[in-house]
Design a protein around this ligand. Sequence first.
Ligand SMILES: O=C(O)CCC(=O)C(=O)O
Ligand SMILES: [Fe+2]
Length: 289
Amino acid sequence: MKVITEITRVSKPSIKEFMNEFVYLKKPVIITDGLDLWKAKDWNLEILKEKIGKKEFGFRTEEGMQSAIFSEMIDRVISADSSSEISAPYLRNMNLIKMFPELKDDVSPNLLYMKNNWRDHWMWPKSWPEHVSKDLIELFISAKGVAFPKLHIDYWGMDGLIAQLHGSKEFILYPSEDSPYLYPSPDNPLVSTISDFNNPDFNKFPELVNATQYRFQLNAGEILYNPRWWHTTLTLENSITVIMAYWNRENYPVFIDEIKHAYKNSNKLKTFAKINYFKGLGFLLENFE
Ligand SMILES: O=C(O)CCC(=O)C(=O)O
Ligand SMILES: [Fe+2]
């Protein structure tokens, strides 16, 4: 298996450069300084604890949603870093605006690199599909040593803008065309059945030798653009990350396929109307963007 530890890093690219050199070519990139206007770039765990306090909140786990008290969980994350006995769960995929509206001003204005995100167009529906609602910003908080559970490709055909606000993470990426070498699960082709990438079992997964792994660190203040590649993470230092879904002409056909699949058992007429609305919107955006 080829391992590449370099990823292109660019400082304040113009939106045109970002689109032409990365989005349309489906190439990942780290923008080293795109978060200047966000107060969130100065966040740390203590600041979030102070802002949110004892609020009850929900986070996603492999076993389903779990709820907890925010300040207590942050204390657990902080102590997990210095103790080998205490562990803290990955507080992940939290809907920032919905759950923590008090943080909204800190993640405004919209990032420059979200400018051509079709999701943000005024004609994009506000609340459908409901899992990828227009203003969704997902928040992730993790202690050093915590890993994302699976190598995967994101749902809904989305690309991702991943803003590292505090601490650092190691990212492992594989190009989307490496899918044949990554043993996708028979139940879910977007999730790989390989779990250990430090010491992969090449006897069990012989095709993996043909894949190209990109492995690099994402540091505080940086934004990673992931063009719908396979990805997973390991937290290197206590971390706060936000992720925003991104659609444009290059991944829109996959989005349309995914909504067709996801709603295949729903009301046929309504789904048909909605899919056609999205198809029409795609045509307009592609031709008049
Ligand atoms: O751990 C991370 O930052 C990645 C999260 C992710 O890929 C996801 O939620 O889809
Ligand atoms: Fe993901």
